[in-house]
Ligand binder design. Structure first.
Ligand SMILES: Nc1ncnc2c1ncn2[C@@H]1O[C@H](COP(=O)(O)OP(=O)(O)OP(=O)(O)O)[C@@H](O)[C@H]1O
Length: 295
């Protein structure tokens, strides 16, 4: 089995003793070398999951294993940087904190691509410019696993495209595993090959994007034939007049004389799951937690 960079089992998190569960009963495995989209609506638990993976908070229940701390980098939504440092001092700090592994050229190239003057104080930077410095610091660390909480949120479209390209190139060249959160799938689709859909603190979908796509079909047919759907796992079904459309996971053959079958888009799959909170979740083969596998 491929190396694992995150393995969660029965993971749960409560913020404070009186708080509700931000995450509950989450089990999944992220194989090394994947670029993973962590998607879900506002308040779903994405930041909580990244905070747990980054070791910023401890689980209330269950376990999460990940890579050693020195090979992990995390860029949170608030981009914690020292405001009184200049950009140049921030990169020097990166070098001093990561002796022997600091990728000076990578970090400097990211900063230079944003035309940032190394003498500018961090507090004088815009939100998007701070994101750039935070990404330079994170990639400079040459992480084995890079966790990014809504990295693209305050970047303009050009910077977004350029930095996404830099992240992808780094992942390809150095085998960096990436987890990027967003509540907008289209922001990450195309760049990612693995998906974690979190909703109301639960993992709803987990696995390679190809496998998740392949597992689902969109069926259209007469509402009168709806009983036939019981042979499959129905994620969502909608009736319009005499017609019925259903997003299903097939468990056997479909009568092609009755149903028209299509491959749904990833967005259709996600939206159907979000609209149907009671639909069973799906964890595809290689992201199943197998007891005994060490990270
Ligand atoms: N520090 C905290 N104290 C108390 N509750 C919190 C705290 N942080 C998050 N929560 C709660 O935990 C749940 C999950 O929040 P989280 O920030 O992980 O969601 P998210 O998916 O990242 O959302 P968004 O897309 O809006 O950033 C929410 O109900 C939120 O109110």
């Amino acid at each position: 089995m491929t190396e694992t960079v995150i393995e969660a089992e029965g993971l749960g998190l409560r913020h404070g003793r009186r708080g509700g569960w931000a995450l509950r009963d989450c089990s999944f495995r992220l194989p090394a070398g994947r670029v993973c989209a962590l998607v879900g609506p506002n308040g779903a638990g994405k930041s909580s999951l990244l905070g747990l993976a980054a070791g910023l908070v401890l689980p209330t229940e269950g376990t999460l294993r990940t890579v050693p701390r020195e090979t992990l980098a995390y860029v949170g939504q608030n981009k914690p940087l020292y405001p009184q440092f200049t950009v140049g001092e921030t990169l020097r700090m990166g070098r001093e904190l990561n002796p022997g592994r600091w990728a000076a050229t990578t970090a400097e190239r990211i900063v230079a691509a944003g035309e940032l003057d190394p003498r500018t104080k961090v507090r004088a930077l815009s939100g998007g410019q701070r994101t750039r410095v935070a990404l330079a610091l994170a990639l400079g660390k040459r992480p084995g696993l890079l966790l990014l909480d809504e990295p693209m949120a305050d970047l303009d479209p050009l910077a977004r495209r350029e930095l996404m390209g830099t992240l992808m190139a780094d992942a390809a060249d150095n085998g960096t595993s990436l987890v990027m959160s967003s509540h907008i799938l289209t922001e990450l689709e195309g760049a990612c090959d693995h998906l974690l859909l979190v909703d109301r603190g639960r993992i709803r979908l987990s696995g390679p994007i190809d496998a998740i796509g392949e597992a689902h079909r969109l069926l259209s047919g007469p509402a009168a034939a709806s009983a036939q759907l019981a042979a499959h796992t129905v994620v969502e079904s909608r009736t319009t007049g005499r017609g019925l459309t259903a997003l299903v996971r097939l468990r056997g053959p479909v009568d092609s004389g009755v149903w028209q079958t299509e491959h749904p888009t990833l967005e259709e799959i996600l939206l159907a799951h979000l609209r149907s909170p009671d639909a069973p979740s799906l964890t595809t083969e290689d992201s199943l937690v197998s007891t005994g596998v060490r990270a």
